[in-house]
Design a protein around this ligand. Structure first.
Ligand code: SF4
Ligand code: FES
Length: 373
């Protein structure tokens, strides 16, 4: 008999891996899926029905670029009918005039728009897309005209960290309610490009000072969320709020995973949503899938997590980072000072600085077909 777990609250839906940008830190897997592997409108709507039945309250519509799906308004309307809060996560490039009004009319609740830089040259370089910055500014204004609340997302790394103050001014000028300054997490494409993206310690310290000052100055005007950089930390973050605790994600082909990088853990097999052979309901996956139960709670923990008083604060950190750096997904996240591998994080920062000084740190841009098939 299956054990019942508390229901998930949030879900990230990667509707497509297609995207007009090619950011070298993308959290999508290295092997990107082509359009012919994406679930149909009917399959996504069936999945969202089951998600609502399971208890999901918020769905983040992401990608790739979710607005490349011509059925996005139908998907939003399906969520709205079930009273599920919908957040569109967009790169904001190439969105047709009037589309935001259609999405707002369908029931969209919120827009989260990413900027690769606070200045046009940086945005173009990081996303490898000419004219991207101006298009994003227009997207922000279109979302506001449609009456949608706006969050600006700024993924931070070596190439834009000194623009952090300008990111804050940009978000204010665009009328954003919220700015998320998120230091890149080294998984997926960012892990591949770690040497090209890693900032130095002085830049990180300057960034922290500027953000903390702005958080105090703009209190009540604009919320600034700050995702600090793992490689410079003492304790890890509770990745996903803990493995399969209150959220999950779905890949474009209906594969259901506890987090976006879980596919890098080779011992786990991830179920596909749907009907037919080898397919499962969301409820079966959430409660019974071995991959979801692999790192739930604290029973799986090894020392030092096993006897640590922070184990229900950070849940041992990130399983995928443990896999990438320790070679064991059940190990303590090396971002933790108690991990025997913690010093390796500092070594990897030094390695990146050396590669940068030697000029061997070029980007590998994210593209479908660039890696694998
Ligand atoms: Fe968290 Fe484990 Fe480090 Fe304790 S030892 S702080 S539980 S990662
Ligand atoms: Fe998978 Fe952190 S990204 S647990």
């Amino acid at each position: 008999m299956s054990k019942a777990y508390l229901p998930p609250i949030g879900m990230l839906a990667e509707l497509t891996h297609r995207c007009p940008l090619q950011c070298a830190y993308c959290s999508n897997p290295l092997e990107l899926l082509k359009a012919n592997r994406e679930m149909s409108t009917a399959e996504w709507l069936a999945l969202f029905e089951q998600a609502a039945d399971l208890g999901v309250l918020q769905v983040h519509l992401s990608g790739g670029e979710p607005t490349l799906r011509p059925d996005l308004e139908l998907i939003i309307a399906g969520l709205s009918r079930r009273g599920v809060y919908s957040n569109l996560i967009t790169a904001g490039v190439g969105i047709a005039e009037g589309r935001f009004q259609k999405m707002a009319d369908a029931g969209l609740d919120h827009v989260q728009l990413s900027f690769q830089g606070a200045h046009a040259a940086t945005t173009e370089k990081i996303g490898n897309h000419r004219g991207a910055h101006e298009k994003k500014v227009e997207t922000a204004l279109a979302a506001r005209r449609a009456g949608l609340p706006l969050t600006i997302n700024a993924p931070m790394h070596r190439h834009n960290m000194d623009e952090v103050g300008d990111f804050i001014d940009l978000a204010l000028s665009l009328g954003a309610e919220r700015l998320e300054i998120a230091n890149v997490q080294y998984a997926g494409w960012a892990l591949l490009n770690r040497n090209a993206l890693m900032p130095d310690r002085d830049a990180v310290e300057r960034q922290v000072r500027i953000v903390e000052e702005a958080q105090a100055r703009l209190y009540g005007i604009m919320t600034i969320d700050f995702v600090t950089p793992d490689y410079f930390a003492i304790y890890p973050k509770p990745c996903m709020g803990g493995w399969a605790r209150d959220a999950f994600m779905v890949a474009p082909d209906g594969t259901v995973l506890p987090c976006h990088a879980a596919g890098t853990i080779p011992s786990l097999t991830f179920p596909r949503f749907g009907e037919g052979e080898g397919r499962s309901s969301l409820s079966e996956i959430w409660h019974d899938a071995p991959a979801f139960n692999a790192f739930r709670g604290t029973d799986w923990m090894l020392e030092p997590c096993r006897s640590c008083d922070r184990q229900e604060i950070d849940w041992g950190g990130c399983r995928c980072q443990a896999m990438a750096l320790a070679g064991n997904a059940a190990a303590t996240d090396p971002a933790c000072v108690k991990s025997p591998l913690h010093a390796r994080m500092a070594g990897l920062i030094d390695e990146a600085m050396t590669a940068h000084a030697a000029g061997t740190d070029s980007f590998r841009y994210r593209r479908i077909g660039a890696i694998g098939s």
